[in-house]
Design a protein. Sequence first.
Length: 308
Amino acid sequence: MSEAGHDTESAKPDSDRAAMTADGLMAFFAASGFDVHKSPNAHWYEAGSRFLLSLPSHRSVTISDDEAREVLKQTGAMGLRYVTGDSEGARRSYQIIASGKDYSLEKLAANARSKIRRGLKRHELARISGEELGTAGLQAFMETLDRQDRNSQSNLERWQQLLRAADQEEAVEIWGAWQGDTLAAYLMVFLIDDVCEFYQGRSRNDCLKHYPNNALVYHLTEDVLVRRGLREVTYGLESLEPVGSVDAFKWSMGFERKEIFQRVVFHPALRSALSIPGAPAALRWMGSRETAGSFWRKARGLVDFAGY
């Protein structure tokens, strides 16, 4: 135990660490309260309201039009989003990744190194349980969603269910940055095959000036790539929403763009609605307003990704 009383378990050797398959990841999301579905060539979960994303999100899949129609029919979803190796009907996009056993502080820019060092000096980094996070991390969770304009009772309830599921899955890890007894920030990650996915990071407003996120992201990335020897760390796919400042943080931490193709397939009823003259432009306007909520911002991104 550390001085602050937190479990500072180090990452175990690869031979002792489980990694999820696509089936396991889908089961985890189901246990977390998400709607899930398995089709012949892909696994899906409801990443947004009535919109399915393939699992794992970075893995390229090949979906025929018939399979896509059947998924939409069986699930009642309004659309699908997935990474594909086929550029036809897809948009050139990127996955956010870091790779290589030579990942190190020295490879980053001076400003990034300074922030990481200050963050590491100020915080104790420790792996924690979902149960502990549910209490200690509540403020970090709520304040981050406030900054993203996504705070709601349903999101809080889903988060609490996610934490319970995390404690039942060895390949889900939660790491926290502590200032004494205060959890300044946390990062939840998935181990999938030979890849580590950064799934959810949250932080307190009053702690941001001490760079807890910089410390966590650097520590986990270096640990996963250099000590554990995994092939890649992924921060996910190009966002549907404008997130310039968030992406700038990732680039500063040594992450880079890996070219991929993303495809969005809409339900026939939604395609019909978007075929009405002026409908895509109106939706883009709704999503581009300064007061636009997350739903409209994402809807605008989906229309762009679908090529309207």
